[in-house]
Design a protein around this ligand. Structure first.
Ligand code: FES
Length: 107
């Protein structure tokens, strides 16, 4: 089971065990992690699941798809090179230990 560490804007950390094949967003909701609102339910159309992927994990997570890339232009907090929509990051054993940070506007 991959684990994911979520770090809130205020520095609060929470590490959860997730099911491979689910998304970083789903793992947050399932485990009561705040800061990921996911208003569209994972359809890549709300950007309220925006996260900053830890620099050490950016390459392993891959880049955003076309729809996600477009939606990342609409985030409430600034887009960075490590920005992703957490509903579009599928968890796998290769991502065990992933670290993501939630932006200030989702705190
Ligand atoms: S949950 Fe809406 S874009 Fe990810």
């Amino acid at each position: 089971m991959p684990t994911v560490k979520y770090i809130q804007f205020d520095g609060t950390e929470q590490t959860v065990e997730a099911v491979a094949g689910t998304s970083v967003m789903q793992a947050a909701l399932t485990n009561g992690v705040p800061g990921i609102l996911a208003e569209c339910g994972g359809a890549a159309s709300c950007a309220t699941c925006h996260v900053y992927v830890d620099e050490a994990w950016v390459d392993r997570c891959g880049g955003p798809g076309d729809d996600e890339n477009e939606m990342l232009e609409c985030t409430a907090s600034e887009r960075r090179s490590c920005s992703r929509l957490s509903c579009q990051i599928e968890l796998s054993d290769e991502l065990d230990g992933l670290i993501v940070r939630t932006p200030e506007t989702q705190s």
